[in-house]
Design a protein around this ligand. Structure first.
Ligand code: EPZ
Length: 424
């Protein structure tokens, strides 16, 4: 539980490593057969801790250093030992499926979890394994795969980030070129390709096809990877600054990964200066309305849709965000309405009208990105503090969030003192 008072974000913030690049990095190390996997710039967040628990359940060991370097030691892997309860805490563990299948010729995972933003099925992951020629058996508990690669082509019905990561990982033992149609192009998927290119795998990418040549893949005893900066953490601070009319420098980012986000913030009226690995943003009191499509990369990231929804409450007219990845990603809307937000949901469109938020309200966080959205709402709400229940969810994906946002001037406290002051 935290309470937040109206604040303006100003100053500098250092972005941590991307948690969603950690899962494919682990997957690459496992699939390549490495006994030691060293990964740098790993954020200390709960989802990473759960992934390490999953690793130890299937037979691995690990150590985490203060300087955000994680070492994982994998000898014998027993995928059947992973339990549903641990596995379903996060979505990222799903890459174990393809990685272990490549490493030992068989694999098992319980059905994965992740944020409550829609069903989160894995039918496309199963389709990919079957299209490659593996035998795949589904049970109420989970999915088992075994056998060999007999075919050369996978085609996805929809773009799926971890589905594409799994398809790449399960292809590595092929004796032929593999073609993946309708692959996801998120930076974290590109990073997996870079990790594997370091070890002999070749990729060729066209508009809607990814070709993999794993015929010269190495089997290193040890691999070392470094995670890219977290573009969603960076985007959250950019949008939070814009919403509060502040002025911040976001350091240690890759502006290329935030191209559409920067374009949309500039279109709304924020002033942005782009450096090699930093972005400076100066917000406004109010913004020009936007029409934004949240879709697979390079479109606007769905993981920043809840945060942008709040900022657009400050636009001069009606804005629309079309949510094409997770149409059910509206937990934040119901909470924002409690604070006075005038937002309509029509199909997969979130329609946002200019409205002021009022504090002194008790809102509830339901998933990682809607928690970030409620924090931004608390920073712009008038009057009394805003209380966020289940704020702790933020620790799943944002490293040292409270420390970073307080350093930017946010008045956000865990203290329960203020609760007694609230007129409920
Ligand atoms: C990844 O999830 C990210 N997680 C998510 O970030 C992110 O929101 C999402 O990609 C979209 O960008 C990780 O990388 C660990 P999808 P993923 O498969 O791979 C449907 C966060 O906050 N689908 O790209 O699970 C699915 O329901 C998290 O860090 C199927 O129907 O997402 C969704 O509607 C939240 N069948 C769409 O595809 C499948 O087999 C895209 O999902 C797989 C997916």
């Amino acid at each position: 539980m935290v309470y937040i008072l109206k604040s303006i974000l100003e100053g500098e913030v250092q972005i941590s490593g991307a948690k969603n690049a950690f899962f494919p990095a682990v997957g690459a190390g496992i699939a390549l057969g490495a006994k030691k996997i060293v990964i740098r710039n790993v954020p200390k967040v709960r989802d990473i801790q759960v992934m390490l628990e999953i690793i130890s359940k299937i037979g691995g060991e690990y150590s985490v250093r203060d300087d955000n370097e994680v070492s994982i030691y994998m000898e014998k892997i027993t995928p059947e030992r992973i339990d549903q309860e641990t596995f379903s805490k996060i979505r990222g563990g799903v890459v174990i499926f393809g990685a272990v299948l490549s490493r030992i010729g068989r694999s098992y995972i319980p059905f994965p979890g992740g944020c409550k933003i829609g069903k989160r099925p894995i039918d496309q992951h199963i389709k990919a394994a079957r299209e490659l020629g593996f035998s795949v058996e589904e049970s109420p508990e989970g999915v088992k795969a075994y056998g060999e690669i007999k075919n050369k082509k996978i085609s996805f019905d929809i773009k799926t980030v971890t589905g594409t990561e799994n398809a790449i990982l399960m292809s590595l033992k092929s004796k032929n070129l593999i073609e993946i149609e309708n692959h996801a192009k998120e930076p974290e998927v590109r990073e997996l390709m870079k990790y594997l290119e370091k070890h002999g795998v070749r990729f060729l990418e066209t508009e809607d096809k990814l070709f993999i040549d794993p015929r010269n893949v190495e089997t290193p005893d040890e691999v070392e990877f470094e995670l890219i900066p977290d573009r969603i953490e960076a985007g959250t601070f950019l949008i939070g600054t814009a919403a509060t009319g502040g002025n911040t420098k976001i350091k240690n980012v890759n502006p290329e990964h935030l191209k559409i986000v920067i374009e949309k913030l500039q279109e709304a009226g924020a002033r942005i200066k782009i450096g090699k690995d930093e972005i400076e943003i100066e917000g406004e009191k109010e913004y020009d309305p936007l029409y934004v499509i949240a879709d697979s990369y390079p479109d606007f990231p769905t993981d920043l849709q809840p945060q942008l929804t709040v900022m657009l409450l400050k636009s001069k007219g009606k804005s629309v965000i079309e949510e094409r990845v997770f149409p059910e990603r509206t937990n934040h809307v119901y909470e924002l309405r409690k604070m006075g937000a005038d937002i309509e949901i029509s199909g997969n469109k979130i329609i946002i009208y200019p409205s002021r938020l009022k504090g002194g309200t008790f809102v509830e966080a339901k998933d990682l990105r809607s928690t970030a959205s409620l924090v931004i709402a608390g920073l712009i709400a008038d009057g009394e503090p805003t209380l966020i229940k289940n704020f702790e969810i933020i620790e799943r994906g944002y490293e040292r969030f409270l420390e970073k946002i307080r350093k930017l001037g946010a008045n956000i406290q865990r203290d329960s003192f203020f609760i007694s002051q609230l007129t409920m």
